[in-house]
Ligand binder design. Structure first.
Ligand code: SF4
Length: 664
């Protein structure tokens, strides 16, 4: 690890003598708009005062370039590295594309990171590894045994030197990194690791900083401490859930039989006895519980029960041994060219976490009975859920030089600061006004209609379907219909949408693979040129948060209901936990705000640029209530009109919107 403080002093000294600190203007490659200059000045001043920034800035403002231009002068002059974290690969590539533009004006370097699975050239490894963990183990084995030619080739300076020079001197997308490494027959993943310490900006997934294990090796690779970093968190509303997901875990009995075989092959009768006990325990619960039942359990009591039953001491040593044997099995498989997977190791990981977490009040445990996907039979799973994302976020943000959290759908800044722990740091929240021409986005909230469970009568469904059909018929091309659950979606289809939809309908199915989903989206997009279609899908899914539909790709977004989460053990436990931490705020933090964020995300799918026009129709009168409206982002809030659900009036309003924009 470099002596960071010393290094920064040297850079500072150089900037005072040889180099004049540049200004944002040196890093802004376009003609800046007034709002962008305002934002840059805000970011710049808080950055220098070491105040963490939480910002809502809608799409279209150009928040990537604004952030980069605001932070780069300070970071470069003072020797800080910028870590630009994002959720999707396209967001990371976007950062590098902006850096490429910047470097036409002022030299800057940057890399869009990918996991090893996207940066591996070894066909044998790719064929035999179904998970990134497996790939890592195979790769490690091949590197130590010098059997990966791409890694061996890295010793050849004639191959390496030009690529390293190239990648450290200019911004490189992941595709470019892959291509130049492939041409030189060297490993892209390992090459990137060599370049990372010297680049100005690294665009990567949140996990590189907020997963404790990954962070440790990432910081080592980039040769930095947290205090050397300025962190930008793009689409920051995703961060709390993502961090909770890192700690949470689930175990079913699926892998037990394989784990038992592994244990007996290695002469570990104690592990065999333990797995048999867990299998008996879960099948007993399967008989006792009703389908879809979920109940809170006490992790300590369950371990005591299992301990009593199998007569073994179930402690960190026992599960630690299991973890070690799992690693041994994986490496042995990798050595023999087989997929390095160990069910025994996986179970060891789960129970080690389970044992280790007993007594932590920020975790909850439950048991849940589920149905197999083919509908034949059921099984019981054990869940471990994290309730407090700040436990993973605060330790990072409190140690970095500074952070900027930015999103188009913050809605409730206080909730974000409490969930992340930023409230305990010197911070400020800024909501930037929408850059859109007010006429471009119109939000209609339909009175009287709702998906509140008790009011889901045939007559209510009938009115909802009529409203959907009325809006869709007036929409020039594509419509996105987003609903809280597949069950509700099916109810809407069964109650008339399937028969009376004025356009083709394309329906998402539960459990669709990513490739199937991509094909569905492509089909939907193609339809925009042929009269349009209605994409029917759920809120909180890939299409409602990760896909962009500018222009005619989605003229209208219809959201039916508010996607409040079902009252699972985790949700109830999180409400209680947050109430104990922030009295009276549990429900807002764990229930209301995440649901409204999900709806706002879907609403924003068509609004990607300043010229996009979108009609947003919120079919649930609760969107008209102040408590809900106040949590919507400002660009939606400002465009709301509450109207009667009468289909002819809804048609009229939709027609007006598209007529104003000459789209009919
Ligand atoms: S060294 Fe690179 S190319 Fe070789 S197995 Fe590892 S990731 Fe793949």
């Amino acid at each position: 690890m470099i002596a960071s403080f010393f290094f920064r002093q040297v850079i500072k000294k150089m900037s005072q003598t040889d180099m004049q600190e540049k200004t944002w203007n040196d890093y802004f490659p376009y003609e800046p708009r007034k709002m962008q200059i305002g934002m840059i000045k805000v970011i710049n001043s808080f950055l220098r005062k070491r105040v963490h920034l939480v910002m809502e800035a809608s799409t279209g403002i150009g928040k990537t370039i604004v952030n980069l231009a605001a932070v780069l002068p300070y970071a470069k002059a003072n020797g800080y590295k910028i870590i630009y974290t994002a959720r999707t690969h396209s967001q990371m590539d976007r950062v590098v594309e902006e850096l490429q533009k910047i470097s036409e004006k002022t030299p800057v370097s940057g890399i869009a990171m990918r996991g090893r699975e996207s940066f591996c050239l070894n066909k044998m490894v790719l064929k035999h590894s179904n998970s990134s963990r497996a790939l890592q183990i195979m790769c490690k084995h091949l590197k130590t045994s010098k059997k990966c030619e791409y890694h061996v080739n890295m010793k050849d300076d004639r191959r390496m030197a030009p690529v390293l020079r190239d990648l450290s001197s200019q911004p490189a997308t992941s595709e470019y990194i892959f291509d130049v490494s492939q041409s030189a027959m060297i490993c892209p993943a390992e090459t990137v690791r060599k370049v990372l310490p010297s680049v100005d900006v690294i665009a990567c997934s949140y996990l590189y900083l907020f997963d404790q294990e990954i962070r440790k090796s990432f910081l080592e690779t980039i040769n930095c401490e947290l205090s050397d970093l300025i962190v930008i968190i793009d689409e920051a509303h995703n961060l709390p859930d993502m961090v909770n997901g890192v700690t949470s875990d689930t175990l079913s009995s699926f892998s037990m039989t394989r784990a038992t075989r592994e244990a007996s092959r290695h002469g570990r009768d104690d592990f065999v006895r333990f797995f048999d006990t867990v299998i008996d325990f879960l099948s007993k619960k399967d008989k006792e519980m009703k389908l879809y039942d979920e109940k809170a359990v006490d992790a300590g009591i369950i371990l005591e029960e299992l301990e009593l039953e199998c007569g073994l001491e179930l402690d960190d040593e026992f599960f630690g041994d299991m973890l070690d044997l799992g690693e041994t099995i994986r490496f042995a498989l990798a050595k023999n060219g087989k997929e390095p997977r160990s069910s025994l190791g996986r179970i060891g990981e789960f129970f080690f976490k389970w044992y280790d977490s007993i007594g932590h009040n920020d975790l909850t445990y439950s048991m849940e009975k589920k149905r197999f996907q083919d509908g034949k039979g059921s099984f019981v799973v054990l869940n471990l859920n994290s309730l407090d994302p700040s436990k993973g976020i605060y330790p990072v943000l409190s140690n970095v030089e500074n952070s900027i959290s930015v999103t188009g759908t913050l809605g409730d800044p206080l909730a974000y600061t409490l969930l992340t722990g930023i409230n305990r740091l010197k911070h400020t929240t800024n909501i930037f006004p929408s850059p859109y021409d007010k006429k471009n986005v119109k939000t209609l909230v339909l009175k009287e209609l709702t998906t509140i469970y008790k009011q889901r009568t045939p007559s209510m469904f009938n009115k909802i379907v009529k409203a959907i059909c009325a809006v869709s018929a007036e929409t020039p091309a594509n419509v996105g219909l987003f609903v809280p659950s597949y069950k509700l979606l099916q109810d809407i289809l069964n109650n008339g949408l399937e028969d009376y939809a004025p356009k083709d309908i394309i329906v998402a199915k539960p459990g669709m693979k990513s490739a199937e989903n991509d094909l569905m989206i492509e089909r939907f997009k193609r339809k925009s040129k042929r009269g349009g279609a209605i994409l029917c899908t759920v809120l909180g899914g890939r299409s409602s948060e990760g896909a962009d539909f500018p222009g005619d790709l989605m003229n209208t977004v219809i959201i039916v209901g508010i996607p409040y989460p079902p009252p699972t053990v985790r949700v109830n436990a999180q409400i209680d936990y947050m109430n104990s931490k922030f009295p009276g705020k549990g429900r807002t933090l764990s229930y209301t705000t995440p649901a409204i964020n999900r709806a706002a995300q879907a609403a924003g799918r068509p609004v990607r640029g300043l010229d996009d026009k979108a009609l947003i129709v919120l079919i649930d009168h609760r969107y008209g209530q102040a408590a809900v409206q106040n949590k919507l982002p400002v660009w939606i809030r400002d465009s709301i009109e509450i109207i009667s659900p009468d289909p002819s009036y809804v048609s009229l309003k939709a027609r007006d919107f598209f007529r104003i924009h000459n789209m009919l």
